[in-house]
Design a protein around this ligand. Structure first.
Ligand code: F6R
Length: 241
């Protein structure tokens, strides 16, 4: 594991975007795994700036998002479909047909999950996967449990995740109870992983992860310690608490 500690959120965002730009320069048809949530917003802003100011070209890039709520409309401002367009895709020259996000309204969800993993394989696998981390150690929506899913699956969100995510919804009752998420195996197959964490709220889980001595399904992010190309980028608040 490579650890990068940046002074603040701006530094973390710039560093993550720099790494993605480097990878895109190396491979213009990069397959990029993307996350939503608060953490990567600054990284997306930097990538948009690279596109606008330096002509960073996304026309050959393919993206796969980690997750989506079940039973939420794509046009709902709380859907991850909406987020991705709003925060990133509408501001770069990516082709909409090259952007993949699980469909939480698919008629056959189980089948859709299998197809999602198959599609990732068909596109050659994910080159760089960007991840945030939950305060409870989840990655994507792989929540702490006795066992974790290998492939893309439907999962029940924990009460703590529902509470944390309720900040984006009008009320906690509006937060969906289920999500589709890439599994731990789907994530681990990515050739390179960037895990980002900022702010004091993440300091406990980052401290636990950086001990680096144990993996546990109770701390899903700890499985990433087995990945041969993991870079963890944190700011000083997440690092020092
Ligand atoms: C988002 C995702 C989640 C978040 C995590 C951290 O696609 O998969 O695992 O990365 O919940 O969320 P933030 O960044 O809002 O603290």
């Amino acid at each position: 594991m490579k650890l990068i500690v940046e002074k603040d959120y701006q530094g973390l965002s710039k560093r993550a975007a720099d790494i993605i730009r480097e990878e895109m320069n190396r491979k213009p048809d990069l397959v990029l795994g993307l996350a939503t949530g608060s953490t990567p917003v600054g990284m997306y802003k930097e990538l948009i700036r690279f596109h606008k100011e330096e002509g960073l070209d996304f026309s050959k890039v393919t993206t796969f998002n980690l997750d989506e709520y079940v039973g939420i409309d794509k046009g709902n401002p709380n859907s991850y479909h909406y987020y991705m367009k709003d925060v990133f895709f509408d501001h770069i020259n990516i082709k909409p047909e090259n952007t993949y996000i699980p469909d939480g309204n698919a008629p056959d969800l189980e089948k859709h999950c299998k197809e999602y993993d198959r599609l990732i394989e068909e596109k050659g696998g994910i080159d760089v996967q960007v991840l945030g981390i939950g305060e409870n150690g989840h990655i994507a929506f792989n929540e702490p449990d006795d066992e974790l899913n290998v492939g893309t699956s439907i999962v029940k969100l924990t009460q703590s995740t529902i509470e944390v995510n309720s900040r984006f919804f009008d009320s906690i009752e509006d937060v969906p109870k289920f999500a589709i998420t890439m599994g731990i195996g789907s994530i681990m197959k990515a050739r390179k992983i960037l895990l980002l964490a900022n702010g004091i709220r993440k300091s406990n889980v980052i401290k636990e992860l950086l001990k680096g001595d144990k993996i546990s399904t109770r701390l899903p992010a700890s499985i990433l310690l087995l990945h041969p190309d993991l870079t963890v980028i944190v700011d000083e608040e997440a690092y020092n608490g």
